[in-house]
Design a protein around this ligand. Structure first.
Ligand SMILES: [Zn+2]
Length: 308
């Protein structure tokens, strides 16, 4: 009887001991999980703070065309991927949120000469998206949107983000190229890219407008035209440099409304990015790149004519 009892007591004791061990182990496991979770959250928070650019800063694209040209030259010189280099630079500087690029970086020293280290410090999934965006846009763009032979007869500034009076609350999401003579129907507007005409016709804000979808998926928007080039319709396949129409002052009203503002072409670029919906990027630096590359083409032609 007493033997049985003592065995029962022993059993109970060992059961309690096992239970306490289990309890201790599960407390330890839980604590470990909590600490790990906290660490991951903290690291993510820190990383987010350091690397995530704001959409509005990416869209404003405050990079000079000279910097873009310098990146292109350096990427050729050092055999680096131009679009990756540009994406790494923009990402590292969070697309310049302070709006002033007052202290120019020494791009060659700071980015190119220790490129591998910079890439491993900066490059992540976001950088990949920026790289693809630059690859699309800079790969698509081949012609300045005003036909050759009209230098000095148009002018344009960076007016990204300026407020607009008609239908207030909007901000300017493009670049306006103005006719210095302010004469509707005068300057020939050409496509900047190859692609397919996705939209052609009237929009209240855009007036007579054409939207071209390039193979990359990016969308190029030309607004306020006075007239369309003959034969263009939805689905037409066009090439960079093809005539789209004439510059005008249409829009801000019912179909055919003219004269609500100066004669100009509104250029819009929507690169169809994965990280945002209906995302437009400032075309200004890209237009300056196109304009200067046209200058060099003209020079090359001049050289040829001198040889003859
Ligand atoms: Zn505009």
């Amino acid at each position: 009887m007493s033997q049985k009892r003592s065995r029962r007591i022993k059993d109970r004791y060992f059961r309690a001991l096992r239970f306490r061990k289990l309890q201790a182990a599960s407390v330890l496991i839980c604590a470990g999980l909590i600490v790990a979770l906290a660490l991951v959250t903290l690291l993510n928070g820190l990383r987010g703070k350091n690397t995530n650019a704001k959409l509005e800063d990416i869209a404003a694209f405050r990079i000079s065309s000279e910097s873009i040209a310098e990146f292109e030259a350096l990427s050729i010189k050092y055999r680096l991927d131009f679009y990756e280099l540009l994406a790494v630079y923009c990402h590292d500087n969070l697309f310049f949120p302070d709006k002033s690029i007052s202290a120019p970086t020494n791009i060659e020293r700071d980015y190119v000469l220790n490129y591998k280290a910079v890439v491993s410090r900066v490059y992540n999934n976001d950088t990949k998206h920026y790289e693809q965006m630059f690859r699309n846009i800079l790969g698509d763009l081949r012609a300045f949107p005003i036909a050759e032979g009209y230098d000095g007869e148009y002018t344009f500034l960076d007016s990204w983000g300026a407020s607009r009076d008609y239908k207030k609350g909007r901000i300017h999401q493009g670049t306006d190229i103005l006719d210095t003579e302010n004469t509707r129907g005068r300057l020939p507007v050409v496509s900047m890219t190859d692609g397919k005409i996705e939209n052609i016709g009237w929009l209240e804000l855009g007036g007579f407008r054409i939207g071209v979808r390039a193979k990359s998926g990016a969308y190029y928007y030309y607004a306020h035209l006075d007239s369309f080039a003959q034969g263009l319709k939805e689905g037409s396949i066009i090439r960079a440099g093809d005539l789209l129409g004439r510059m005008g002052d249409t829009g801000y009203g019912e179909e055919g409304q003219r004269g609500k503002f100066a004669v100009h072409l509104h250029v819009g670029i929507n690169p169809s990015v994965e990280f945002a919906e209906n995302f437009w990027i400032n075309p200004y630096p890209f237009l300056r790149v196109l304009e200067s590359s046209r200058g060099s083409k003209t020079l090359a032609t001049a050289d040829k004519s001198m040889e003859r």
